[in-house]
Design a protein around this ligand. Structure first.
Ligand SMILES: Cc1cc2nc3c(=O)[nH]c(=O)nc-3n(C[C@H](O)[C@H](O)[C@H](O)COP(=O)(O)OP(=O)(O)OC[C@H]3O[C@@H](n4cnc5c(N)ncnc54)[C@H](O)[C@@H]3O)c2cc1C
Length: 403
């Protein structure tokens, strides 16, 4: 199946396929207003505060930097391109490529290293004691996920050291257990086995099959075929009685048993489940817009329900699935709508949920996915080209070009 996946690509170029992730080159983001003479920081520019500098936040902040007085708030000193975190775990040379200092993002606006502790309507209270009350507020605080896919370490130098420790512990392990056979777990198992074929790798999940979600069965079959070829062992269909006592991503004896009675004995384990939206700071009337899972309810234009001038994009919004690709598309759409509103040129466009799109590399040259414009399953060649080899790093090198 993988071999003929290329045949399904028809006339679609790799650029078309990548465009879902690669919105920085989209004219909606890149366009500037000819002859725009709004003076810098004069008070004449509308103020925009973007809370959270993840995929959504950096995209919208950059796209509005020429038009509005933009302030980007994030507790970290750098953006972490976490799509390549697993690669950096297995190959630390990548640590030099995945951290981007926020100071290099905006040419006109400013970066505030701080974090929101309470947001009610347009009012943002920061941990430092500062209060912001912008014309437009864009919430883009994303989600947390277990280290090393994401990190709660806000200092890049310390984050790199944690990555290196985890890498060292993985190098020393004979048998790695990955818990969670969703996209992240599949990718991690594939990375470990590709870079260290001599290690035993077990992927465990309570579901009967890999990759839950709205994906064709053909995709699961192709991924299973490749995992099998790599030698990844699957333990499916039964939950672990308890998670390991040893901290994740750290060397130590890992002894677990599934509810069905199967023992797994490993030397390191990784937690590949648990996306948690970061909306704990919303308060007052804004808190009413949070659903039972912690996501903010938004309308068709990504406005937080009932709150004029307040928007939620990316993983915190209930507009679409938790994906960097959709986070960036939402950011692009919101920036274009605000630009139309501020310049009077054009009207707002509504966000439409995407059909299932996914690219799961299994090492730099393997993997499978579902891509726009590609019929059926995209095979390893295409996945390597759009993601697995370069891990989309160029997109962020281009974006962080201000200084
Ligand atoms: C291993 C892995 C692989 C993935 N691969 C892909 C992939 O190939 N393709 C894809 O589309 N998606 C992928 N994803 C999903 C993708 O990472 C998320 O969808 C994406 O991070 C969401 O972007 P975001 O901007 O909404 O939030 P985030 O990237 O989570 O960023 C949120 C930012 O907000 C900041 N923040 C949080 N709280 C506050 C606060 N109170 N005040 C100020 N700032 C705050 C954080 O510091 C962070 O910088 C992957 C995820 C993982 C874990």
């Amino acid at each position: 199946m993988a071999a003929d996946a290329r045949a399904h690509t028809g006339n679609t170029s790799v650029n078309d396929v990548a465009s879902i992730f690669e919105v920085a080159t989209n004219p909606l983001v890149a366009s500037t207003i000819e002859g725009d003479t709004v003076p810098e920081n004069s008070g004449a520019r509308p103020s925009v505060v973007v809370v959270g500098g993840g995929f959504a936040g950096i995209t919208v902040a950059k796209a509005l930097d020429d038009l509005a007085d933009v302030t980007l708030v994030d507790p970290s000193d750098t953006f972490l391109h976490n799509l390549a975190s697993w690669r950096a775990l297995v190959d630390p040379a990548w640590l030099e490529r995945i951290f981007f200092p926020y100071e290099r993002l905006l040419a006109n606006g400013r970066f505030l290293r701080d974090h929101a502790v309470a947001v009610d309507g347009h009012r943002v209270a920061l941990a430092s004691g500062l209060e912001l009350s912008p014309d437009y507020l864009i919430l883009a605080t994303g989600s947390s996920y277990p280290f090393p896919a994401k990190t709660d370490e806000t200092d890049a130098a310390r984050a790199r050291k944690r990555f290196l420790r985890a890498h060292h512990d993985l190098r020393g392990a004979r048998h790695a257990l990955v818990v969670g056979a969703g996209p992240a777990g599949l990718e991690l198992a594939g990375e470990i086995k590709t870079f260290y074929p001599e290690k035993q790798v077990t992927l465990a999940d309570l579901s009967d099959d890999i990759l839950p979600g709205p994906y064709d069965q053909e995709l699961r079959e192709e991924l299973r075929r490749q995992l099998d070829k790599l030698g990844v062992e699957l333990v499916l269909g039964s939950p672990l009685r308890a998670l390991p006592d040893t901290p994740a991503a750290t060397a130590g004896r890992v002894a677990v048993t599934t509810a069905a009675g199967e023992d797994i004995d490993a030397d390191i384990w990784f937690r590949a489940f648990g996306v948690t939206p970061a909306t704990g700071y919303v308060s007052g009337s804004l808190a009413a817009a949070r659903d039972e899972h912690g996501y903010l309810r938004v309308d068709g234009q990504l406005r937080v329900s009932g709150h004029e001038g307040v928007f939620a994009i990316g993983d915190i919004s209930d507009a679409d699935r938790n994906m960097a690709g959709t986070a960036r598309l939402q950011a692009e759409l919101l920036a274009a709508n605000l630009r139309a509103e501020l310049t009077g040129d054009g009207g707002p466009v509504g966000y439409e949920k995407l059909p299932p799109v996914i690219a799961i590399p299994l090492g730099p040259e393997g993997g499978a996915g579902l891509l726009p414009g590609v019929d059926g399953v995209a095979g390893p060649d295409l996945i390597a080209e759009v993601k697995g080899r370069a891990m989309m790093v160029e997109t962020f090198q281009d974006l962080f070009d201000a200084r």
